[in-house]
Design a protein around this ligand. Structure first.
Ligand SMILES: *Cc1c(COP(=O)(O)O)cnc(C)c1O
Length: 424
């Protein structure tokens, strides 16, 4: 596409955008210091869909009107409420229905899935992560290693970038597995690296891990709703994601998990069990014996928090309506436009860490001009009601979400960045 650096061009793109009506289905933050919001923080917390408030309210009303009967009666009975997310999760992750389930929160799910898939032996006890892994993933992995009686200092293997850019080269991963693969029990890697925004080659990661005899788990926190996923085909052993980033389901909303169909046979009883992993048909007979549910639902433990699940249902409905292929197409041109504007206007002072041909919607900006204090620049942007996020030591992450951001937001971001730079 031939981009132009002017507001009229951005507005014309917005007019032509077939997803433009979705913007009005979201609540944008209030004005600040006379500035309308430029919200580009969907990588951290997506905006509130109006439908989310409606769905939460419906559940409160159901509770008020029917009390315990809400489990079995009315629209969306609580007993099977989690299944309202099955279709949406399966579509977004390229999975079969049997492979996905909504439950818990992300780090909890990583632990539960590692309880099943991290089964270390004396000769194969290591877990491979990337060197700049999200702290929660690193803590989870180190504590799993410790819980199994091994030393995390020896047990954590890191796939690192060869240079300052943070870029992860898959050839380095292959070499690492060639060298140490026999000692590695599990690869736990992200779909999108949260700091640089690099989209990893998940198919290749699964292939390399499998060939080295390791289990593979993917953390899709920054990938779901952002990039195309084909989990059933790529066949990681498991995956997990949160729903409050690009999926816009609200702070701490219920997360999702994937277990590959090859592990979904009920004879394979290697989970931590609770009554919600029991076959629903006989669950309320309250017998002492455990009859496993089919598929990923077997990993469920408790009856789910309906009020935190209702926004997930709302969110997935919007994604189903918009369609991921259309969203990704818009995302490419929208982030492409933003990257082009930044390059054109600020190429002397600001660089982008995110590789242009391996990215979703996020751009990680780094201030190259050492005479500019990056944190002061970020604070100026905040004062002008631009929401991105700051990552120590010197990165500003911005992520135009194709469901509610538009080309005018991208243009306005560039305008305010220019003002902020002149005011420093
Ligand atoms: C956002 C994120 C988390 C957050 O974990 P919670 O359990 O939802 O608090 C963990 N890991 C990664 C990679 C993330 O991006």
């Amino acid at each position: 596409m031939n981009f132009e650096d002017n507001r009229a061009f951005a507005e014309a793109q917005d007019q032509r955008d077939s997803l433009r009506e979705f913007r009005s289905k979201f609540k944008f933050p209030v004005d600040r210091n006379g500035f309308s919001p430029v919200y580009m923080c969907g990588n951290s917390l997506g905006l509130q869909p109006e439908l989310a408030a409606q769905y939460v309210h419906e559940e409160l009303q159901k509770w008020a009107d029917f009390a315990v009967d809400g489990h079995f009666h009315a629209n969306r009975p609580w007993l099977s409420f989690h299944r309202q997310t099955t279709e949406g999760f399966a579509t977004l992750t390229g999975s079969k229905h049997i492979e996905v389930v909504a439950m818990n929160t992300l780090t909890v799910n990583l632990h539960l899935l590692m309880a099943s898939f991290y089964r270390p032996t004396d000769s194969r006890f290591k877990i491979l992560i990337e060197a700049k892994a999200f702290p929660s993933d690193r803590f989870a992995v180190a504590s799993q290693i410790r819980m199994h009686g091994f030393n995390p200092d020896e047990g954590v293997v890191e796939w690192a970038s060869a240079d300052e850019s943070g870029y992860l080269d898959h050839n380095d991963l292959a070499a690492l597995l060639e060298r140490e693969g026999d000692a590695i029990a599990l690869l736990l890697l992200p779909g999108v690296q949260y700091y640089t925004g690099q989209v990893l080659d998940m198919a290749e990661i699964c292939r390399l891990g499998r060939n080295a005899g390791c289990k593979v788990g993917l953390d899709l926190a920054h990938a779901i709703g952002n990039v195309e996923l084909h989990l059933n085909q790529w066949a990681p052993d498991f995956a997990a994601w949160c729903t409050y980033k690009y999926l816009n389901a609200g702070p701490g909303a219920i997360a999702g998990a994937f277990v590959h169909e090859s592990h979904c046979s009920p004879e394979n009883l290697n989970q931590l069990h609770g009554w919600w992993g029991h076959d629903e048909k006989t669950r309320f007979k309250m017998r002492a014996s455990f009859e496993p549910a089919a598929g990923a639902e077997l990993w469920q433990m408790s009856n789910p928090p309906i009020l935190s699940l209702a926004p997930v249902v709302a969110s997935l409905e919007l994604f189903q309506e918009a369609g991921l292929p259309r969203l990704i197409q818009k995302s490419r041109s929208l982030t492409g436009y933003l990257a082009w504007l930044l390059e054109k206007r600020f190429n002397e002072s600001i660089d982008t860490l995110t590789p242009a041909d391996e990215r979703g919607c996020q751009l990680s900006l780094i201030v190259r001009d050492k005479s500019i204090e990056a944190k002061a620049l970020f604070d100026k942007l905040c004062a002008m009601n631009v929401t991105g996020d700051w990552r120590e030591p010197d990165v500003i992450r911005i992520a135009p979400a194709p469901l509610y951001n538009n080309f005018s937001d991208a243009f306005e971001f560039a305008e305010r960045l220019e003002i902020a730079l002149t005011q420093l």
